[in-house]
Design a protein around this ligand. Sequence first.
Ligand code: NAP
Ligand code: GDD
Length: 346
Amino acid sequence: MERKTMKTALVTGITGQDGSYLAEFLLDKGYAVHGLIRRSSTFNTDRIDHLYKDLHDPSARVYLHYGDLSVSGQLTDMLHTIRPDEIYHLGAQSHVRVSFDMPEYTGDVTGLGTLRLLEAIRKTGIKTRFYQASSSEMFGAAPPPQSEDTPFQPQSPYAAAKVYAYYVVRNYRDAYKLFACNGILFNHESPRRGETFVTRKITRAATRIKLGLQRKLYLGNLDAKRDWGFAGDYVEAMWLMLQHDKPDDYVIALGETHSVRQFLEKVFQKLDMDYREYVEIDSKYFRPTDVNILLGDSTKARNVLGWRPKVGFDELVDMMVKADLELAKKEETLRIAGYERSNNVR
Ligand code: NAP
Ligand code: GDD
């Protein structure tokens, strides 16, 4: 029987929400997965610890490499050594509010980081396929529904950096015939979502309030609307883009929009509570300019790639509430045993 050679993928941002789901997905498909990680004085691999095996174990297929998207030489050396068949570029300063506090850093990592990787591909001359984590934030103030044909109107340094990255991907595709795709993904969430993004901030706080571990939840703009889907479904779309016979750009979205207030109501209702008793508005969570409404039209991805999301909005909320309730219960057990977790609100 013919033995199939293992494909190799490089994932930047492997320690993030999407990186962890994508690594799982690629391992299931039989890939060897290389990940770029940052040196940190505390552990930053929680989301992928269950995937990592000691490299002395012959079945190990996850390899982690220290590096940073702000250092180009390192990226070039890494590509030269690993020679991945596919590169999934997910690493970024990905928080929109933070991008107003750190605009220069965000431009460097989220915008130029993409250029550095594309240049590394060009200079090493490796044959690979490249996925860019583009974002619905790029549509900004453009009226819904937003599709591949909607002109961008970015409303933050983060969105502007992503627009820059989007266009260099297209330019390198045209100029150097790289197989490079933009996945324009609308918001996607999960129990692994970072705790400072609004959905997870809400599910964490509501479940902690339920168990008496927290009293208040401070939020900003409750009227903003987002098209929220499940991260596990969205990483499949990334992979499908790189399996197609030609490189292109695709919107990935559930196609439903809900306000932050509706999300809040739903979460608190599931826990038999009324959010109005616990939520306070704090101006520090407002942005100088916000995106009012995102609603994606992913017809192209559904028709061309055959992509179908499996988890709907209600199931997503359920999944997040259940997972955070379990986490809060563990926290309560630790508290009873005398261990207090710090709950720094950010
Ligand atoms: P995330 O959880 O914030 O993860 C970001 C990842 O980037 C982390 O692994 C982080 O490492 C890494 N990173 C940050 N700065 C870096 C640097 N200077 N050098 C190397 N790595 C760096 O983000 P996510 O939600 O998984 O999103 C993945 C990508 O999709 C991002 O590019 C994001 O902008 C984009 N996107 C996300 C959504 C969404 O709704 N989730 C929608 C559209 C696009 P540490 O763990 O060390 O911090
Ligand atoms: N984070 C946060 N914290 N957002 C809040 C809060 C709060 O306390 N209160 C209200 N919001 C509102 C924000 O103003 C925004 O309108 C909305 O909730 C969603 O905020 P986030 O969850 O931080 O996500 P985002 O939409 O700004 O950005 C995410 O999605 C993008 C795709 O559209 C990030 O994952 C980006 O990386 C991604 O590109």
